[in-house]
Design a protein around this ligand. Structure first.
Ligand SMILES: *[C@@H]1O[C@H](CO)[C@@H](O)[C@H](O)[C@H]1NC(C)=O
Length: 361
């Protein structure tokens, strides 16, 4: 009997030990986990956002040097986004104008009901798409609502995609547009805000660092949505959100576009002009007031936090806006209450730092 009790005690102790021992990481989650919609959807987000999480997952990118695949991807992405983009443009913009600035094609959207006092102010937007895809004309759903609510023009510059040109062309194009904007007093630097989404959210801090080195005057504000600040597999959530982020997974969706951006030269991914998050705190010291929006289901969450900490350490007036359960650039889903709230937040930030005349209605 005593022996039996002893055996039970040993068994119980073993079981208790097995349950208490962390089993995390004994089986790393494979990239393929991201090929299915997340297995958990919280009830703390809007029904529309829950539906999005239930139906979206990563789609793998082709090898970085497959230009034909890149062209197909660009066409498919543009076709998929065009209706959302056109709807946002129709709802929020009164005018869209194409021009060339510093040799770079740009498109300027003027919001409906813009006050004349705001006409000498502008937001400069670098779009998302991993430098692989996306265009100004198919991404109004990322910008138009904010421009409308803030009552200010938005200029999107059409940087070269990686199937056409690679780093540092995109950075040079960004600089050329910024220089053209401030030359001949066309826009005062204090009347310009920079704005970047995803890949554009890495390009714009790199632009600010270059502008600083070239002793150019700096703009009044910086807005970042889901910024891709480091093109290496950097940050805790790049691993821990694998299978929970409904869009991104490093090996599947980011690594090949990153390699395309540096034209296959992996060493360049360490360069602060490619991965500005790798820059020291000193490089952020002159940054203007910055607002970063990021969702808790975005693999870039860690990178956004690290960028924010550097900005804070550098003494920048930096605000961090994390979003429960939201994914990469959720702001584009204009019908979701979360997206609408985010656009209102963007607009309030711009009204404050560009000293915009508020909307009357
Ligand atoms: C601007 O350029 C885009 C892309 O080339 C084109 O689709 C659009 O129609 C142009 N818009 C205007 C107002 O010219």
């Amino acid at each position: 009997m005593a022996k039996l009790l002893f055996q039970f005690a040993v068994l119980f102790a073993l079981l208790a030990y097995a349950c208490a021992t962390p089993t995390l990481c004994t089986k790393p989650v494979p990239p393929s986990a991201a090929l299915h919609p997340p297995c958990f959807v919280p009830d703390t987000i809007s029904p529309g956002a829950q539906a999005y999480l239930k139906t979206h997952h990563a789609t793998p990118r082709a090898p970085w040097n497959d230009k034909a695949a890149a062209k197909r991807e660009i066409a498919a992405y543009s076709a998929a986004l065009a209706p959302q983009s056109a709807a946002a443009a129709a709802q929020f913009l009164q005018d869209i104008r194409n021009e060339t600035m510093g040799g770079v094609p740009v498109t300027i959207g003027t919001p409906r009901g813009m006050k004349q006092q705001n006409a000498d102010k502008i937001i400069v937007f670098a779009h998302a798409g991993a430098f692989l895809k996306g265009s100004c004309h198919t991404m109004w759903h990322h910008t138009a609502m904010t421009a409308y609510l803030a009552g200010v023009k938005v200029l999107c510059f059409e940087y070269s995609l990686t199937s056409e040109a690679t780093f540092p062309i995109q950075l040079n194009e960004a600089l050329a547009v910024f220089k053209a904007l401030i030359s001949n007093n066309r826009y005062k630097p204090e009347n310009i805000a920079l704005w970047g989404a995803s890949a554009g959210g890495g390009l714009v801090p790199a632009l600010l660092m270059q502008a600083q080195q070239q002793k150019l005057p700096l703009p009044a504000a910086l807005l970042l949505m889901s910024p891709w600040g480091d093109m290496t597999k950097s940050g805790d959530t790049m691993t821990t959100l694998n299978g929970y982020d409904p869009m991104l997974q490093y090996e599947l969706t980011l690594q090949q576009p990153a390699m395309a951006y540096v034209n296959g030269d992996a060493k360049l991914l360490q360069d602060v002009r490619v991965s500005p998050l790798k820059a020291g705190i000193e490089a952020f010291k002159k940054f203007p007031p910055t607002l970063t929006q990021i969702g808790l289901r975005d693999s870039f969450l860690s990178q956004a936090i690290m960028m924010h900490r550097k900005l804070r350490a550098a003494g920048v007036d930096a605000s961090f806006s994390p979003w429960e359960g939201m994914w990469h650039i959720f702001q584009g889903e204009n019908q979701l209450p979360e997206a609408q709230e985010a656009h209102h937040e963007n607009a309030a930030f711009l009204v404050k730092h560009l000293k915009l005349a508020a909307r009357s209605e």
